[in-house]
Design a protein around this ligand. Structure first.
Ligand code: APR
Length: 321
């Protein structure tokens, strides 16, 4: 069987961890593209020199030329600038839209049949722009946000309930911004509702709700919490891990159900926008969107989040993209 090829567009913090994880898991050969001369060559050389230690066989190449991504099965895009303390993801719109447009043109020309996962922020707007410029089928263009936001939520739940994070299932929907929607009602520990475990722990429904609300709030602000601590950039280990889990489901046709920024055509009552929703990821990319029932409160929160995404897309149009 021919080896798969992943092109990484952007060889910065997230790009570097992506390359290392893909190599360590032997998921595919890697081509890392960046506009900075020598940077992708240096990173891929460094990672390749660890192959003997890890006992892996993956070909890694760094490049400053788009032609080297020819034949990529999957493209993961992190090109763009990250946040600095005090910035919201939306503050990156102008700068990153310009970068995303040029990236989309390069990918369209050199990897026209690839499936594309975008990580650059503001996420839902960047996915929208990439798809618009390339004209790729919506099914082949998606954004990574929900897997990470959900993992953050699950982490806080695991710490609170003192259980392994492996047993926590929690999902976050909506746009990848401060209005994201952690689904508290569906969160569970191997099937046991988290709310029930909190009520038993505290013996008091009001206190349980207060604790859950705090975890929801921390989840929404979790990216900013890391930015504030790092001071020079944003999270990079966890976004890379999240994108690799999506890439694995696609390249191995696992059909895992994960939240991702996907194009909605009527699902969840939304038409024509990329928003974070549960999807099944397989060899064709987003194979389907999975709907679920929402109560009034969840519906209102999702509507607010969708409005925020719509606003961002409008801003982007005003900027001429
Ligand atoms: N084409 C390709 N690469 C580019 C371009 C471009 N036009 N413009 C910038 N880059 C590269 C930079 O040279 C840099 O190496 O993108 C890389 C971005 O890396 P970092 O600055 O380290 O940022 P990172 O932490 O990896 O985050 C990237 O993901 O989570 C989001 O908000 C984050 O938008 C940011 C993106």
């Amino acid at each position: 069987m021919a080896r798969k090829k992943i092109a990484l567009i952007g060889g910065g913090q997230i790009g570097g961890v992506l390359a290392q994880l893909i190599a360590q898991k032997e998921l595919a050969d890697v081509v890392m593209f960046d506009i900075v001369e020598d940077l992708p060559q240096g990173k891929t050389l460094d990672i390749a020199e660890a192959s003997r230690i890890d006992r892996t066989d993956v070909v890694l190449k760094g490049t400053n030329e788009y032609k080297d991504i020819d034949g990529a099965d999957l493209v993961i895009i992190t090109a763009g600038v990250p946040r600095k303390p005090g910035m919201s993801r939306d503050d990156l719109l102008d700068t990153n839209a310009k970068i995303m447009k040029s990236v989309a043109e390069g990918v369209k020309e050199h990897a026209p049949n690839s499936i594309v996962i975008i990580i650059s922020n503001p996420l839902d707007a960047m996915v929208t722009l990439f798809q618009k410029v390339t004209g790729f089928p919506h099914q082949r263009v998606m954004g990574q946000a929900g897997v990470l936001d959900s993992s953050r939520f699950a982490t806080f739940i695991a710490w609170e309930l003192d259980v392994s994070v492996q047993d926590v299932n929690a999902m976050v929907l909506g746009g990848h911004g401060d209005t994201m929607v952690p689904l508290t009602r569906y969160a569970n520990v191997n099937g046991i509702p988290v709310m029930e475990m909190l009520e038993r722990k505290y013996g008091d429904a009001a206190k349980a709700k207060e604790v859950m609300d705090a975890m929801v709030q921390r989840t929404k602000m979790a990216g900013g919490e890391v930015v504030k601590l790092l001071k020079t950039g944003s999270a990079f280990y966890s976004p890379a891990a999240a994108a690799v889990s999506m890439a694995t489901s696609i390249l191995k046709d696992q059909k895992r159900l994960m939240p991702a920024s996907a194009y909605l055509q009527g699902e969840f009552g939304v038409n024509g926008y990329y928003v974070g929703v549960p999807v099944v990821l397989g060899e064709n990319g987003v194979e389907r969107v999975v709907e679920l029932s929402l109560n009034d409160e969840e519906r209102a929160a999702l509507d607010k989040s969708i409005k925020a995404v719509e606003g961002l897309v409008e801003d982007m149009k005003r900027l001429g993209y």
